[in-house]
Design a protein around this ligand. Structure first.
Ligand SMILES: CC(C)(COP(=O)(O)OP(=O)(O)OC[C@H]1O[C@@H](n2cnc3c(N)ncnc32)[C@H](O)[C@@H]1OP(=O)(O)O)[C@@H](O)C(=O)NCCC(=O)NCCS
Length: 149
């Protein structure tokens, strides 16, 4: 029997690496005040960070304010522990007339001196570009944006 066949059903996935050649939108370390009653990090805290991370490329694409209209999917694949160093990678996967859909992947660096990296969360959210009246606003053409996309 191989090692993987012996693995417990909920065992952490094999150690991985942070995505190469990509910059995280956000890096943050949860504190004890971010934990739930069991001592692991509260899912709502992770959701808030994911929303912030996803809004950053959406705001750049919208060249202004956006509002979150939908959380299309959210998977907490592995628990997050106090002291993990979390990296949030966000990528635009769809653009409509006023909406921008972003995929956010979260990796935790645990036991950082051993380069122990685990993908903990994956989510897809949709943002809408809004005007000062808080109503949907047509997205600007790509070529009108300053080239930091
Ligand atoms: C965001 C908001 C201004 C959009 O106004 P609206 O009248 O509901 O929007 P519309 O129905 O015109 O849809 C706007 C876009 O969202 C998309 N959309 C609407 N419902 C959606 C859903 N459930 N999932 C994904 N996209 C959706 C539409 O397809 C449209 O995209 P497109 O223009 O690219 O085709 C409004 O819903 C709102 O203020 N919501 C509250 C936002 C908020 O408080 N978020 C939390 C804090 S940021």
């Amino acid at each position: 029997m191989t090692t993987s066949q012996n693995a417990a059903p909920n065992a952490p996935t094999a150690p991985t690496r942070l995505p190469q050649g990509k910059m995280p939108e956000l890096r943050v370390m949860p504190a004890p005040s971010d934990a739930n009653v069991y001592g692991d990090v509260f899912g709502g805290w992770i959701m808030a960070q994911v929303d912030v991370a996803g809004s950053l490329p959406a705001t750049r694409r919208a060249n202004g304010r956006v509002a979150t209209i939908a959380v299309n999917s959210f998977l907490f694949k592995q628990p997050v522990f106090v002291g993990d160093l979390l990296s949030f990678y966000a990528e635009i996967v769809k653009v409509g007339n006023t909406s921008i859909t972003v995929c956010v992947e979260v990796y935790a660096e645990r036991n950082r001196l051993q380069s122990d990296v685990v993908k903990v969360t994956e989510a897809q959210l949709t943002y809408v570009a809004t005007g000062p009246d808080r109503k949907p606003r047509q997205l600007p053409p790509l070529d009108s944006l300053i080239s930091h996309q």
